[in-house]
Design a protein around this ligand. Structure first.
Ligand code: LLP
Length: 396
């Protein structure tokens, strides 16, 4: 790591290909007994090298915007491997998805279904669609990343789903191939995921009775990890919670994991820029990285472990680990225990491989950090640090 940081500087994201492979293998193993497809949720980390790695492992893609479809195509995914989700898809995005022929567009509303139908008929094709259902189930996760309750903006309420599916069955531009649900993210209690599977399985049965031939049930993403270092969300428990209901339908199962596959595989490395210790004040360690590179702690009160690369011997103290931005919210860790810390020391934020760089910003005119992928004994830069030229390119 010291070599990589010497060559690339900080702030820096470093990803481990080996840990991505390990997480992927554990999920595959848990679902091995039932026909399924893993559609990696690109939003968690859409670096093209990470996408290629996952494609080579055999995953499909879950894209949430025109940009993510573009990322998937550039990484070599076929349109037939891409599911397209998203609340508020534009007509332009929908038309592109119809034109290239994705595996499924996950429909969010009656109106969106009609727009897709019109776009497909104008092209003389049938668009493959799935209906995103909102089952009104609490995922027991942070409110900001909970998506499956009545008061959330996502999907069609489950009681409106059956009549809508019957209506869609008669549309010349649509081929209804599946049902979709996504309850939320960082879910550690698998029971709500089981509830969602049962709700969709019940709906699939009633649509079969109405003459619709579905191909798949897509249970979305959401499996969490142990940010505190405890054993993370268990794929085996997840499979045990959802498979009985899905098996009864005989339909192909799709999963859209993001975080589980990539979060533990990534770290964010920062360098200590300054320290402060005044009587009556907290001790601060101020890094050259903060909310512009990793906004999760500020946005969701998310906990990430932070460790010193080369701990120094001596008395330990509690520190506020903060970033350089002009906001008090720019705090990566509260009350963290460290031994002596000096300027230029390296600190590492763990489990930063998901929802890290993809949520980064240029606030305070900071440049996007570089990304490195480590594979076995080798490493390479898979995204260069933004230059000042990059930063001002689109301004006069
Ligand atoms: N499928 C759909 C339709 C989604 O909306 C999401 C995540 C996923 C799959 C992947 O979920 P995962 O397996 O990663 O939990 N920025 C937040 C997380 C937002 C998740 C949004 N949707 C965070 O940093 O915690």
């Amino acid at each position: 790591m010291a070599d990589i940081v010497r060559a690339c500087g900080t702030p820096l994201y470093i990803y481990s290909a080996g840990l991505v492979r390990e997480a992927h293998a554990s999920l595959e193993q848990a679902f091995a007994g039932y026909p399924h497809g893993i559609h990696y949720a690109l939003k968690a980390n859409s670096n093209l090298a990470v996408l290629r790695l996952l494609r080579e492992l055999g995953t499909g893609a879950d894209a949430n915007s025109g940009g993510e479809i573009e990322a998937a195509l550039r990484a070599g995914f076929e349109p037939s491997q891409i599911v397209f989700t998203g609340v508020g898809k534009t007509r332009e995005e929908l038309d592109h998805a119809v034109a290239i022929g994705v595996k499924a567009i996950n429909i969010e509303s009656d109106g969106e279904a009609d727009r897709i139908d019109a776009l497909a008929r104008a092209r003389g094709v049938k668009a493959r669609v799935a209906l995103r259902v909102n089952p009104d189930i609490d995922a027991n996760t942070h409110a900001h990343i909970s998506t499956g309750q009545r008061f959330n903006k996502f999907g069609v309420p489950i009681e409106a789903a059956a009549p809508l599916l019957r209506r869609l069955a008669g549309k010349a531009g649509l081929h209804v191939v599946g049902l979709h649900v996504h309850l939320g993210s960082q879910i550690l209690d698998v029971e709500p995921l089981g509830g969602a599977a049962r709700a969709l399985a019940g709906l699939a049965r009633s649509t079969r009775d109405a003459g619709l031939q579905l191909e798949h049930i897509d249970l979305g993403g959401g499996l969490g990890i142990g940010y505190d270092g405890s054993p993370h969300g268990s794929p085996a428990e997840y499979a045990a919670a959802v498979l009985p209901a899905i098996r009864a339908t005989g339909l192909h199962l799709l999963l859209e994991p993001g975080r589980f596959l990539v979060a533990p595989a990534g770290i964010l490395v920062g360098r200590v820029a300054d320290t402060k210790a005044y009587p009556g004040c907290p001790r601060f360690v101020i890094l050259d990285t903060g909310m512009t590179e990793l906004i999760r702690p500020m946005l969701y009160d998310a906990y990430h472990r932070i460790v010193a690369v080369t701990p120094r011997p001596g008395d330990t103290h509690e520190y506020e680990v903060v970033g350089p931005l002009c906001e008090t919210s720019d705090t990566l860790g509260h009350k963290r225990e460290f031994g002596p810390i000096e300027v230029d020391d390296l600190l590492v934020v763990l489990d930063a491989g998901a929802y890290g760089l993809v949520m980064a910003s240029n606030y305070n005119r900071r440049r996007m950090p570089a990304e490195v992928l480590v594979d076995g004994g080798a490493w390479r830069v898979v995204r260069k640090r933004q230059s000042y030229a990059d930063l001002f390119r689109n301004e006069e």
